[in-house]
Design a protein around this ligand. Structure first.
Ligand code: ME8
Length: 643
């Protein structure tokens, strides 16, 4: 038996700086769909995904939460893995840049590049964007801001190691402009890379940092850690065992067939990554595929902007396959695609419930109604069947080509057109009329058989997109395993001549759009009204313990002249008398305060208000637009401490 052909596809490795959102799902789904298709076609597939765990942003986030960076990323990586499981992502390997073998590879790569003279030591001054972890030159900034995310950049300077990226400019130019090779896709991005980055002059790349600690140490210079992009890009080979002993798959799977990502990181993959590989003397990946963004509101959906949509919700409510289908169907390769729940419902209703779901349920129901579920072998095929059959014949090669190029929307559109043609074929042939005359039974059987076989072929091609539902379709239409391979999609009438169908559940229930939108909105509202003031940052117990909080008894109270806010109190704090001011004149008359036992901070530094000294602060609670003092009953003695 001949060896299977290897096929290696990768997603970007995501930053676990926040939980995954629908944007991350897109690249991962795209790879999953291609990986599944390739497996069905008999390839030996390696599908790699993972997480990019180092960098200043993660170090900062962890510090804000009072945990170590490793603890911080561990929690988020678990959520990424849970999401991939929920979505049915069939990855073969998950690389974490904190994995020992990856660290080893990065250190070995850095050392080799240094020894071979591709990395040298110098110092760097530039504009740094912390969220993007990118240095920019003045000329790369857009309106003085980060060209990737539009945020403020800071001046930064540090001693650093540099990679001789500039040396590779001619080779990179040639690589990108080689049309036959088709390295970078879509082609429109080639011009962007050549004109915006190579032609103005490629700068050497700063590949080490000293300003923070959370990264892979440079083995021969303790103060430096490896720049996060050199660390991250190396994942594509470390996960195969390049320069480490953990895996042994480099010979088999490298070079990668496809690196998939969104457009904002195409630059790193089509310039820096090939240059590193050239310096190492290793083969280059075959294709870089840069898709557009899923947008939400007015820009890219991203963790740093906070406009993320939680992908677990649609998976739970409509099934992972609905979300998978919708995301892959909506985005034309190379363009952005807006996401909204309402658009998803309309897509599910039109393509899946109306077209595909209806075709399956009508065909199965008629086979049961007119033939007790099993078709007779005797069939009367006619020339008029040809249009539907030849349209279906043309599908597999088109779907293969479009899916492999991430043009899922085109491939899926073509499948749904065949489904719609099949629905029309039902109306043209009117099985319910044929069924009235026993003599028409062979024709009726042929019509239903053509329909079931079309469903079979479409469902095979839909399997990489909807891996959970398609097996149920096969079960309902009585398709055995041997006629559901990718190869079988190219064959007419591979379904058994005396096929038996089974009535099953409704595979794609219609969504009541208005009701569903309302329910989702209700779900996204917090269960209770949130306080007007945002929550303050976490503090430590010692800050609280430094306050001397006591019950005090009001001995006298009067208005402060010329102030409509302030009341002046003399209180007994258990140790003696003290004067304190409070801005509650709008809510209380002075005389009603006398004799009350209140809560107060007694060790605030004295300060003057309207010429009167205040020694402490009376505590009150907001009640709408008013304030009320915190009061105790008479059993509480002045000086009692509050903790
Ligand atoms: O850039 N639409 O990680 P990251 C489509 N660690 N795709 C989106 C998206 C959106 N709105 N939002 C995110 C990094 N993505 C680096 C990568 S690779 C060696 C290192 C997807 O967490 C898309 O693939 O910011 C994008 O390129 C990637 O997530 C960015 O992920």
């Amino acid at each position: 038996m001949s060896e299977k052909t290897p096929y290696y596809i990768t997603t970007p490795i995501y930053y676990p700086s926040g939980n995954p959102h629908i944007g991350h799902c897109y690249s991962t789904l795209a790879c999953d769909c291609v990986a599944r298709m390739k497996r069905m076609q008999g390839y030996d597939v390696m599908f790699l995904t993972g997480t990019d765990e180092h960098g200043q942003k993660i170090e900062k986030k962890a510090a804000e939460e009072g945990v170590t960076p490793q603890e911080y990323v561990d929690g988020i990586v678990a959520n990424f893995k849970k999401l991939w499981e929920t979505l049915g992502i069939s990855y073969d390997r998950f690389v974490r840049t904190t994995d020992d073998y990856h660290v080893k590879t990065v250190q070995n790569v850095f050392e080799k590049l240094y020894k071979d003279g591709w990395i040298y030591k110098s110092s760097y001054t530039g504009k740094y964007c912390t969220p993007c972890e990118s240095f920019w030159t003045e000329s790369q900034l857009v309106d003085g801001k980060c060209p990737d995310c539009g945020r403020e950049v800071q001046d930064a300077s540090e001693e650093a190691y540099f990679f001789k990226l500039s040396h590779f400019a001619p080779q990179l130019r040639e690589l990108l402009l080689d049309e036959e090779r088709g390295f970078l896709n879509p082609k429109s991005r080639v011009n962007e890379m050549v004109h915006n980055f190579i032609d103005p002059g490629l700068q050497d790349l700063c590949v080490s940092r000293t300003s923070f600690k959370w990264g892979i140490p440079v083995t021969f210079d303790d103060d430096h850690i490896v720049y996060v992009w050199l660390d991250a890009l190396t994942n594509y080979v470390s996960a195969l065992g390049f320069m480490n002993d953990t895996y042994n798959d480099y010979e088999k799977f490298w070079p990668a067939d496809s690196h998939v990502m969104a457009k904002e990181i195409v630059r790193f993959h089509s310039l820096i990554w090939p240059a590193i590989l050239m310096a190492l003397g290793e083969p280059l990946p075959k294709k870089i595929l840069g898709h557009g963004w899923i947008t939400f509101g007015d820009g890219k959906m991203s963790k740093s902007k906070g406009n993320v949509v939680n992908p677990f919700v649609p998976c739970e409510r409509y099934g992972a396959d609905a979300l998978r289908y919708d995301l892959l169907r909506e985005m034309p390769f190379g363009s952005d695609a807006p996401y909204s729940n309402e658009m998803m419902f309309n897509r599910i209703n039109s393509d899946l419930a109306n077209d595909l779901g209806n075709l399956i349920s009508r065909t199965v129901a008629m086979t049961i109604k007119y033939f007790g579920g099993t078709l007779p072998v005797d069939k009367d095929f006619r020339d008029s069947d040809e249009e539907l059959l030849s349209m279906t014949d043309a599908l597999p090669s088109f779907v293969e080509e479009t899916f492999e190029g991430l043009r899922f929307s085109e491939g899926l559109d073509r499948i749904i057109r065949v489904v719609a043609r099949a629905n029309k074929y039902i109306d043209e042939n009117e099985p319910w009329v044929l069924a009235k005359d026993e003599a028409n039974k062979p024709r009726l059987a042929a019509v239903l058989y053509n329909l079931l076989d079309t469903v079979r072929r479409c469902a095979i091609l839909l399997s990489p997109v909807m891996p959970h539902v398609c097996p149920e379709i096969f079960e309902q239409i009585g398709a055995c395993e041997c006629c559901t391979t990718w190869e079988a999609a190219t064959k007419r009438h591979a379904l058994k001549a005396d096929v038996t169908v089974t009535k099953g559940r409704i595979l794609f229930p219609r969504i009541d759009v208005e009701k569903e939108v309302e329910e989702l909105e209700a779900l996204s509202k917090p269960a209770r009204e949130l306080p007007e003031e945002p929550m303050k940052d976490i503090t430590v117990f010692d800050n609280f313990a430094s306050l001397d909080l006591r019950a005090v008894k009001v001995l006298s109270c009067e208005r402060v002249p010329k102030s409509d806010k302030l009341l002046k109190f003399i209180v007994d704090d258990g140790f003696g008398e003290r004067q304190v001011l409070s801005g509650i004149a709008k809510y209380y008359k002075p005389e009603e305060m006398i004799g009350k036992t209140l809560a107060m901070i007694i060790n605030l530094a004295p300060r003057k208000m309207m010429g009167h000294e205040s020694n402490g602060m009376i505590l009150s609670v907001r009640d709408g637009d008013k304030f009320r003092v915190i009061e105790f009953d008479d059993s509480i003695k002045p000086g009692a401490d509050i903790s």
